[in-house]
Ligand binder design. Sequence first.
Ligand code: SF4
Length: 221
Amino acid sequence: MVIWKRGTSAEQLKKVDALLEEVGIDPQRAAESQAHQFSGGQCQRISIARSLVLDPTLIICDEPVSALDVSVQAQVLNLLEDLKAKHGLTLVFIAHDLAVVKNISDRIQVMYLGKICEVAPSNSLYDSPAHHYTKVLIDSIPVPDPEIAIGQVAIEGEPPSPVLPPPGCRFNPRCAAADDRCRTEEPQLREVGDAGGGHYVACHHPLIGGEAPLVVRLPAR
Ligand code: SF4
Protein backbone atom coordinates (compact mmCIF):
# COMPACT_ATOMS: atom_id res chain seq x y z
CA MET A 1 0.00 0.00 0.00
CA VAL A 2 2.95 2.34 0.67
CA ILE A 3 4.54 1.58 -2.72
CA TRP A 4 1.24 1.99 -4.57
CA LYS A 5 0.32 5.05 -2.47
CA ARG A 6 -2.99 3.59 -1.26
CA GLY A 7 -4.50 5.75 1.52
CA THR A 8 -2.95 7.57 4.45
CA SER A 9 -0.78 5.81 7.05
CA ALA A 10 -3.79 5.56 9.36
CA GLU A 11 -5.95 4.08 6.61
CA GLN A 12 -3.20 1.60 5.72
CA LEU A 13 -2.92 0.41 9.33
CA LYS A 14 -6.68 0.14 9.60
CA LYS A 15 -6.84 -1.99 6.46
CA VAL A 16 -4.02 -4.28 7.67
CA ASP A 17 -5.89 -4.88 10.93
CA ALA A 18 -9.16 -5.55 9.09
CA LEU A 19 -7.53 -8.03 6.72
CA LEU A 20 -5.72 -9.84 9.55
CA GLU A 21 -9.03 -10.19 11.40
CA GLU A 22 -10.67 -11.43 8.22
CA VAL A 23 -8.15 -14.29 7.91
CA GLY A 24 -8.47 -15.18 11.61
CA ILE A 25 -5.32 -13.53 13.01
CA ASP A 26 -5.48 -11.23 16.06
CA PRO A 27 -3.95 -7.92 14.82
CA GLN A 28 -2.76 -6.99 18.33
CA ARG A 29 -0.93 -10.30 18.76
CA ALA A 30 0.47 -10.11 15.24
CA ALA A 31 1.89 -6.63 15.92
CA GLU A 32 3.74 -7.94 18.98
CA SER A 33 5.09 -11.15 17.41
CA GLN A 34 8.18 -12.11 15.44
CA ALA A 35 7.79 -14.13 12.24
CA HIS A 36 9.13 -17.33 13.86
CA GLN A 37 6.40 -17.16 16.52
CA PHE A 38 3.66 -17.98 14.00
CA SER A 39 2.72 -21.54 13.03
CA GLY A 40 2.74 -22.68 9.38
CA GLY A 41 -1.03 -22.23 9.13
CA GLN A 42 -0.85 -18.73 10.63
CA CYS A 43 1.94 -17.76 8.20
CA GLN A 44 -0.23 -18.95 5.34
CA ARG A 45 -3.16 -16.88 6.63
CA ILE A 46 -0.93 -13.80 6.84
CA SER A 47 0.27 -14.43 3.26
CA ILE A 48 -3.35 -14.61 2.12
CA ALA A 49 -4.13 -11.32 3.92
CA ARG A 50 -1.10 -9.74 2.26
CA SER A 51 -2.25 -10.91 -1.18
CA LEU A 52 -5.63 -9.18 -0.63
CA VAL A 53 -4.26 -5.82 0.40
CA LEU A 54 -4.38 -4.23 -3.08
CA ASP A 55 -7.92 -5.54 -3.82
CA PRO A 56 -6.96 -7.97 -6.60
CA THR A 57 -9.50 -9.74 -8.81
CA LEU A 58 -7.18 -12.70 -9.49
CA ILE A 59 -4.85 -14.54 -7.10
CA ILE A 60 -2.46 -17.30 -8.22
CA CYS A 61 -2.12 -19.79 -5.35
CA ASP A 62 0.94 -21.98 -6.00
CA GLU A 63 0.76 -25.07 -3.74
CA PRO A 64 -0.78 -23.01 -0.89
CA VAL A 65 -1.50 -25.96 1.41
CA SER A 66 1.15 -28.56 0.48
CA ALA A 67 3.33 -27.77 3.53
CA LEU A 68 0.42 -27.87 6.00
CA ASP A 69 -1.02 -30.83 7.90
CA VAL A 70 -4.43 -32.09 6.86
CA SER A 71 -6.58 -30.35 9.51
CA VAL A 72 -4.89 -26.99 8.85
CA GLN A 73 -5.22 -27.58 5.09
CA ALA A 74 -9.00 -27.80 5.52
CA GLN A 75 -9.07 -24.52 7.47
CA VAL A 76 -7.01 -22.68 4.86
CA LEU A 77 -9.12 -24.11 2.00
CA ASN A 78 -12.32 -23.02 3.74
CA LEU A 79 -10.82 -19.57 4.26
CA LEU A 80 -9.93 -19.30 0.55
CA GLU A 81 -13.48 -20.37 -0.39
CA ASP A 82 -14.98 -17.70 1.91
CA LEU A 83 -12.67 -14.98 0.60
CA LYS A 84 -13.37 -16.01 -3.00
CA ALA A 85 -17.09 -15.47 -2.46
CA LYS A 86 -16.74 -12.32 -0.36
CA HIS A 87 -14.25 -10.51 -2.60
CA GLY A 88 -15.49 -11.89 -5.96
CA LEU A 89 -12.06 -13.42 -6.58
CA THR A 90 -10.82 -15.77 -9.27
CA LEU A 91 -8.28 -18.21 -7.81
CA VAL A 92 -5.80 -20.06 -10.00
CA PHE A 93 -4.97 -22.95 -7.70
CA ILE A 94 -1.82 -24.97 -8.51
CA ALA A 95 -1.50 -28.27 -6.63
CA HIS A 96 -0.46 -31.90 -6.90
CA ASP A 97 -3.01 -33.22 -4.40
CA LEU A 98 -6.10 -34.05 -6.46
CA ALA A 99 -8.32 -34.48 -3.40
CA VAL A 100 -7.53 -30.87 -2.46
CA VAL A 101 -8.01 -29.70 -6.06
CA LYS A 102 -11.43 -31.37 -6.22
CA ASN A 103 -12.60 -29.55 -3.12
CA ILE A 104 -11.74 -26.04 -4.23
CA SER A 105 -12.06 -26.01 -8.02
CA ASP A 106 -14.90 -25.12 -10.36
CA ARG A 107 -12.81 -25.97 -13.39
CA ILE A 108 -9.62 -28.06 -13.59
CA GLN A 109 -6.73 -28.21 -16.03
CA VAL A 110 -4.44 -31.27 -15.86
CA MET A 111 -0.87 -30.90 -17.14
CA TYR A 112 1.82 -33.47 -17.88
CA LEU A 113 5.39 -32.49 -18.72
CA GLY A 114 4.38 -28.90 -19.47
CA LYS A 115 1.44 -29.73 -21.76
CA ILE A 116 -2.28 -29.48 -21.07
CA CYS A 117 -3.83 -32.98 -21.14
CA GLU A 118 -7.37 -32.22 -20.12
CA VAL A 119 -9.62 -29.29 -19.15
CA ALA A 120 -13.03 -29.83 -17.58
CA PRO A 121 -15.52 -28.73 -14.95
CA SER A 122 -14.60 -30.39 -11.64
CA ASN A 123 -17.40 -33.00 -11.54
CA SER A 124 -16.99 -33.96 -15.18
CA LEU A 125 -13.24 -34.50 -14.74
CA TYR A 126 -13.58 -36.69 -11.65
CA ASP A 127 -16.61 -38.66 -12.87
CA SER A 128 -15.44 -39.19 -16.46
CA PRO A 129 -11.71 -38.59 -16.93
CA ALA A 130 -10.93 -38.76 -20.65
CA HIS A 131 -7.12 -38.65 -20.59
CA HIS A 132 -5.18 -41.74 -19.48
CA TYR A 133 -2.90 -39.66 -17.23
CA THR A 134 -5.90 -38.02 -15.51
CA LYS A 135 -7.38 -41.48 -14.92
CA VAL A 136 -4.16 -42.68 -13.28
CA LEU A 137 -4.04 -39.57 -11.10
CA ILE A 138 -7.62 -40.02 -9.93
CA ASP A 139 -7.13 -43.76 -9.29
CA SER A 140 -4.12 -42.82 -7.12
CA ILE A 141 -6.19 -40.79 -4.63
CA PRO A 142 -6.16 -42.76 -1.36
CA VAL A 143 -9.60 -43.60 0.02
CA PRO A 144 -9.59 -43.47 3.86
CA ASP A 145 -11.70 -46.61 4.27
CA PRO A 146 -10.13 -49.97 5.31
CA GLU A 147 -13.04 -51.81 3.63
CA ILE A 148 -12.02 -50.50 0.21
CA ALA A 149 -9.17 -52.41 -1.44
CA ILE A 150 -6.19 -50.45 -2.67
CA GLY A 151 -6.47 -50.26 -6.47
CA GLN A 152 -3.76 -51.25 -8.89
CA VAL A 153 -2.55 -48.08 -10.57
CA ALA A 154 -1.36 -48.92 -14.07
CA ILE A 155 1.59 -46.60 -14.57
CA GLU A 156 5.27 -47.38 -14.74
CA GLY A 157 8.53 -45.53 -15.14
CA GLU A 158 9.52 -41.95 -14.51
CA PRO A 159 8.46 -38.78 -16.35
CA PRO A 160 10.81 -38.13 -19.29
CA SER A 161 13.10 -35.11 -19.27
CA PRO A 162 11.18 -31.89 -20.04
CA VAL A 163 14.33 -30.73 -21.87
CA LEU A 164 14.05 -33.63 -24.31
CA PRO A 165 10.36 -34.64 -24.33
CA PRO A 166 9.28 -37.66 -26.40
CA PRO A 167 7.71 -36.97 -29.81
CA GLY A 168 3.95 -37.26 -30.21
CA CYS A 169 2.00 -37.43 -26.99
CA ARG A 170 4.32 -36.69 -24.07
CA PHE A 171 2.63 -39.39 -21.99
CA ASN A 172 3.15 -42.14 -24.60
CA PRO A 173 6.17 -43.91 -22.94
CA ARG A 174 4.01 -44.57 -19.85
CA CYS A 175 0.57 -45.05 -21.41
CA ALA A 176 -0.87 -48.55 -21.75
CA ALA A 177 -3.00 -47.42 -24.72
CA ALA A 178 -0.18 -45.84 -26.73
CA ASP A 179 0.15 -46.80 -30.41
CA ASP A 180 2.21 -45.59 -33.37
CA ARG A 181 0.03 -42.49 -33.83
CA CYS A 182 0.62 -41.51 -30.17
CA ARG A 183 4.37 -41.85 -30.69
CA THR A 184 4.48 -39.58 -33.75
CA GLU A 185 1.56 -37.11 -33.71
CA GLU A 186 1.00 -34.64 -30.91
CA PRO A 187 -2.68 -34.75 -29.86
CA GLN A 188 -4.57 -31.45 -29.85
CA LEU A 189 -7.25 -30.40 -27.36
CA ARG A 190 -10.76 -31.26 -28.58
CA GLU A 191 -14.12 -31.37 -26.90
CA VAL A 192 -15.47 -34.67 -25.55
CA GLY A 193 -18.74 -35.55 -23.84
CA ASP A 194 -21.79 -33.29 -24.16
CA ALA A 195 -21.37 -30.45 -26.70
CA GLY A 196 -20.80 -27.19 -24.87
CA GLY A 197 -20.05 -29.01 -21.60
CA GLY A 198 -16.56 -27.53 -21.51
CA HIS A 199 -14.72 -30.89 -21.31
CA TYR A 200 -11.61 -30.95 -23.52
CA VAL A 201 -8.90 -33.62 -23.89
CA ALA A 202 -5.65 -33.93 -25.83
CA CYS A 203 -5.61 -37.67 -26.56
CA HIS A 204 -5.90 -39.81 -29.71
CA HIS A 205 -7.80 -42.53 -27.83
CA PRO A 206 -9.75 -40.78 -25.08
CA LEU A 207 -11.49 -42.74 -22.37
CA ILE A 208 -15.28 -42.75 -22.47
CA GLY A 209 -17.01 -42.48 -19.10
CA GLY A 210 -13.60 -43.03 -17.48
CA GLU A 211 -13.16 -46.39 -19.30
CA ALA A 212 -11.07 -47.40 -22.31
CA PRO A 213 -13.09 -47.24 -25.56
CA LEU A 214 -14.18 -50.50 -27.11
CA VAL A 215 -12.08 -51.02 -30.24
CA VAL A 216 -13.88 -52.86 -33.04
CA ARG A 217 -11.61 -54.02 -35.85
CA LEU A 218 -13.44 -54.57 -39.14
CA PRO A 219 -12.32 -57.48 -41.33
CA ALA A 220 -10.32 -56.52 -44.41
CA ARG A 221 -12.36 -56.58 -47.65
S1 SF4 B 1 -2.56 -39.83 -26.97
FE1 SF4 B 1 -2.03 -41.98 -26.86
S2 SF4 B 1 -0.30 -42.06 -25.44
FE2 SF4 B 1 -1.29 -40.09 -25.15
S3 SF4 B 1 -2.72 -40.46 -23.48
FE3 SF4 B 1 -3.84 -40.75 -25.37
S4 SF4 B 1 -3.71 -42.96 -25.76
FE4 SF4 B 1 -2.15 -42.47 -24.25
